[in-house]
Design a protein around this ligand. Structure first.
Ligand SMILES: Cc1cc2nc3c(=O)[nH]c(=O)nc-3n(C[C@H](O)[C@H](O)[C@H](O)COP(=O)(O)OP(=O)(O)OC[C@H]3O[C@@H](n4cnc5c(N)ncnc54)[C@H](O)[C@@H]3O)c2cc1C
Length: 345
């Protein structure tokens, strides 16, 4: 490691790797610091919407499993959203990390693993007693970002999640499914089949569930039992998803991906938003006049998602599942189906 870089990127998730690749290709000296020894694995359902392919980020053919339909269960009502083109795919996060790492290494960025950044200064960071100067610092260190904390930015909007990874030898699932029932909470359960395993999880935004005796873990376990899903001996995992976006540039410091709160508060989708924000900030550092149209685009998608979430929760609070019933009714009408598809995709 040198003692001065144009850019130091903290975190080698999808946001940090895509940003470093753009920067190194643009001629900047870049150091990426990752606390884990292995790049990629992360608690995640691994769903990639087709817009990832449209952005030329990754081909869906490189993923594990491709889906042409998704089932949405609104309490007892089920709606199947199907298209002739792939809608979504699932990918193992280890595999995604590997694909992205290869491209980033090829670009010339320097990547160091097993280094947890603990100390940030105005124009340098200290790692194991060595001081490294930067002209720009990029926080790509996820929902518990140390760079965000250094900048003094509070995080109030966090999705809480729980997830099991179920190997196929225990139980096999075919379809990608979402389940909503506001009598349980204003959140959702998901089933995302992969090639050799299935991620089954649940997520919600605590501010939208005002129940006195609500216990997230037992609600999730009860729901799994009601569907005869076996999890004995499997590890229950959870990690927050930050969707509290408060800006991406703070002088010579930037926040991208979950560190910047770019994920969707509605679906918890964050990989696409992380990659787009990473690439855009890379371009911005190369050319400070660049006005990041890609960031404006993802912020618009995110705003639509979160407005829909607020609206549905508002109606659910008037009467159990009313918001979900309205969405599922409107979804039957071709015009609204198009509008809703546009809002969530
Ligand atoms: C249960 C669950 C399910 C999800 N399912 C989906 C899904 O199906 N589809 C989807 O699109 N999104 C999903 N997400 C969200 C998705 O995982 C994130 O939005 C995405 O990983 C964000 O990428 P990132 O690069 O910003 O951050 P991360 O992927 O979190 O990467 C941050 C990196 O920074 C490193 N790091 C952190 N602190 C430091 C430090 N101090 N020093 C050095 N390195 C550090 C971490 O080790 C990590 O490698 C899910 C999230 C959860 C919790």
């Amino acid at each position: 490691m040198k003692n001065k870089y144009d850019v130091i990127v903290v975190g080698a998730g999808p946001a940090g790797l895509s940003c470093a690749e753009v920067l190194a290709k643009g001629g900047k000296s870049v150091l990426v610091l990752e606390k884990n020894n292995e790049i990629g694995p992360k608690i995640c359902a691994g769903g990639l919407t087709a817009k990832v392919e449209k952005e030329n980020i990754i081909s869906l053919q490189d993923t594990g499993k491709i889906f042409y339909s998704i089932k949405f269960h609104f309490s007892k009502i089920c709606r199947k959203f199907a298209e002739s083109e792939p809608i979504v795919a699932t990918i193992d996060r280890g595999k995604l990390g590997k694909i992205m790492l290869e491209k980033t290494i090829k670009s010339g960025a320097e990547i160091k693993t097993g280094i947890k950044v603990k100390e940030i200064n105005e124009n340098s960071i200290s790692v194991n007693g060595q001081e490294m100067k930067y002209s720009y610092l990029v926080g790509a260190d996820g929902s518990n970002s140390i760079v965000r904390k250094f900048l003094g930015i509070k995080t109030e909007k966090l999705l809480t999640t729980l997830q099991y990874t179920i190997p196929q030898k225990i139980q096999e699932f075919e379809e990608m499914e979402y389940f909503f029932d506001s009598r349980i909470f204003n959140g959702y359960f998901w089933i995302f089949p992969h090639k050799d395993y299935t991620t089954i999880g649940s997520g919600y935004y605590p501010k939208f569930t005002h129940k006195n005796h609500f216990n997230f873990k037992s609600s999730f376990e009860n729901w799994l039992s009601s569907r005869h899903i076996k999890t004995t001996g499997l590890q229950l995992e959870g990690f927050p998803i930050n969707f509290d976006y408060q800006g991406y540039q703070f002088g010579n410091k930037f926040l991208i991906g979950d560190a910047g709160g770019f994920a969707s508060g509605l679906t918890g989708e964050g990989i696409y938003f992380a990659i787009v924000s990473g690439k855009e900030v890379g371009k911005k550092i190369i050319d400070l006049q660049y006005n990041c149209p890609g960031i404006s685009k993802i912020l618009k998608i995110k705003k639509n998602h979160e407005n829909l979430l607020s609206l549905v929760c508002f109606f659910n609070d008037l009467s159990p599942n009313l918001g979900f019933k309205i969405v599922s009714f409107l979804y039957n009408l071709p015009l609204f189906k198009k509008i809703i598809s546009r809002i969530v995709s």
